[in-house]
Design a binder for this molecule. Structure first.
Ligand SMILES: [Zn+2]
Length: 205
């Protein structure tokens, strides 16, 4: 269910960094809007951020404490790639922006996945995703929640839970929470997160 936030923490307006988390989720929404709609998938956006200094009481200005590392959106990279997957695969050490399509395709093979693990994000890395990272892929590919668990990302902010249109029981949030990832729901942006998905959720007849 899209509205079921029981398994997650909820971002509080009293969180000192609330404005930053909302800012990064809005960047993720911009990414989702770049995704070309297909009947078989959602349009999701994701942003991977590094929290460079974790003490909110330090003298370091808030805007210097967070740095966008990569962004991603559904099907951005060749194949049926997901937004969070693209973020991880686009880590600068994995994919050079100068590479051509054929080279990127070859970088998506298992060898590259092993390399992703080797260069995996440090614990202070945070993922923002407009939609709950998936737990089951009808294609049989590895799920984004599993990829995030393996990557070592410390916290994941989500805009909405995955609707049950393709997969009936989605447990991406539960999977990540079980493995010690902080999963935080950002309320108030549901409409913008779902807007790029009307081709699936409310197709015109
Ligand atoms: Zn996914």
């Amino acid at each position: 269910m899209v509205s079921n936030t029981d398994a997650m923490k909820v971002l509080s307006v009293h969180d000192n960094d609330a404005a930053f988390h909302i800012h990064f989720m809005k960047l993720a929404i911009e990414q989702a809007n770049l995704s070309a709609p297909v009947p078989s998938g959602y349009c999701v956006g994701a942003v991977l951020v590094q929290e460079t200094h974790q003490d909110p009481d330090s003298d370091i200005p808030q805007e210097d404490r967070f740095r966008v590392v990569t962004t991603g959106y559904s099907r951005e990279l060749p194949g049926n790639t997901h937004a969070e997957e693209c973020c991880l695969l686009k880590l600068p050490s994995i994919i050079d922006p100068e590479l051509g399509t054929a080279e990127i395709e070859s970088a998506l093979d298992e060898k590259a996945l092993a390399a992703t693990k080797a260069h995996r994000p440090k614990k202070e890395w945070i993922m923002y995703s407009t939609m709950e990272p998936c737990s089951t892929r009808l294609s049989g590919n590895r799920s984004c929640s599993d990829r995030l668990i393996e990557s070592g990302v410390r916290r994941v902010y989500v805009g909405v839970r995955e609707p049950d249109h393709f997969v009936k029981t989605v447990v991406g949030v539960e999977n990540m929470v079980k493995q010690g990832i902080d999963v935080v729901y950002i309320p108030g942006l549901e409409k913008e997160c779902l807007a790029p998905n009307q081709h699936v959720l409310a197709p015109s007849s």
